[in-house]
Design a protein around this ligand. Structure first.
Ligand code: HEC
Length: 288
């Protein structure tokens, strides 16, 4: 197999034709100067005219399809050029030269409290800004812990030995202490989780978490049917999942279930849901 740069190839073709045009022109001029006549001469004139027309066309249209850094011609400007500042651009108007301005004091962001996690005006460094605590913000214990299942790299499972959990895999095994601490203890964490679960999850999984569709649905949405039934979160397969994986399901979804990280923005609320799912599992067993 060989490959060809289309642009280079077209350049070569065009150059060859232009070269031929120049050559024919020279030959014609030379022949005319020598005073030649007849059939040969008329052919020469014809070729010169044809190739000359082609050369003029190329000269007028340019090598179309080429890349160029030059600004294109704009006959209809529409709204392409506007007197406006772009993000991070410079401004001659403001003394500090920045076009992006800090919001005035006491501005209330329209999308919730997450403003405290952005680069706005803060009196002290914000440790949460970069979400460096992977355990707390992502439920990940060791992002490099992967295992090969049927030829695909998947998050490694937690380590068990003699029926005991002895080590973590990819996900954190347990709700991180930071979450319990921020909630003010386990009790408030469970309460918080109950509120959040009933608000966000119960529509599909039911307040008991048992999910299902149709006649056997525990959630409202499931009663009307879904392509995949909301899973029974009390199921033994979910009971044995590490907490970090549950946290990831809540944040980013799994299978046909959508993620809720964008709605349940505070990681603490998502950990509270995880804790509450564990409480449901403890209360109902596997829900059978
Ligand atoms: C729009 C309906 C809907 C909502 C709301 C919803 N789920 Fe789900 N959930 C599903 C469906 C459907 C599945 C099954 C997905 C599949 O198997 O493809 C599922 C699966 C799950 C699973 C099993 C994932 C796995 O490992 O197989 C868990 C755990 C779960 N949901 C927890 C939750 C929690 C906690 C919430 C609240 C934040 C929630 N769900 C909100 C529909 C929903």
């Amino acid at each position: 197999m060989y490959s060809l740069d289309a642009t280079l190839f077209m350049n070569a073709v065009v150059l060859a034709v232009l070269g031929a045009a120049a050559l024919v022109l020279l030959v014609t001029l030379f022949a005319a100067w020598r005073g030649k006549r007849g059939r040969v001469m008329s052919y020469l004139y014809m070729f010169t005219a044809l190739l000359g027309t082609f050369a003029v066309a190329v000269a007028a249209l340019g090598f179309r399809g080429q890349k160029s850094d030059a600004r294109p011609w704009h006959f209809f400007l529409d709204m392409k050029y506007q007197a406006k500042y772009t993000a991070q651009g410079q401004s001659k108007y403001f003394a500090d030269g920045r076009s992006s301005r800090l919001p005035p004091a006491d501005t209330v962001p329209f999308d919730g409290t997450d403003y405290t996690a952005d680069a706005g005006a803060h009196s002290a460094p914000n440790p949460d800004f970069l979400k460096a605590d992977k355990r707390y913000y992502f439920g990940i214990a060791d992002a490099s812990a992967k295992e090969n299942v049927n030829g695909a790299d998947v998050p490694a499972k937690p380590k068990w030995e003699g029926g005991k959990l002895v080590g973590e895999g990819y996900w954190v095994n347990h709700v991180p202490p930071a979450a319990v601490e921020r909630a003010g203890g386990w009790e408030p964490l469970f309460k918080r989780g109950q509120v959040q679960f009933n608000r966000h999850c119960a529509v599909c999984h039911g307040t008991s978490g048992r999910g299902g569709t149709g006649e056997v649905a525990y959630g409202i949405v499931g009663a009307y049917g879904l392509s995949a039934p909301p899973k029974n979160v009390l199921d033994i397969t979910i009971q044995t999942q590490p907490d970090g994986m549950l946290f990831d399901t809540v944040s980013n979804g799994r299978g046909t279930m959508p993620g809720y990280g964008h709605q349940i923005r505070d990681a603490l609320d998502r950990w509270a849901i995880v804790a509450y799912v564990r409480e449901l599992q403890f209360a109902y067993g596997s829900g059978k």
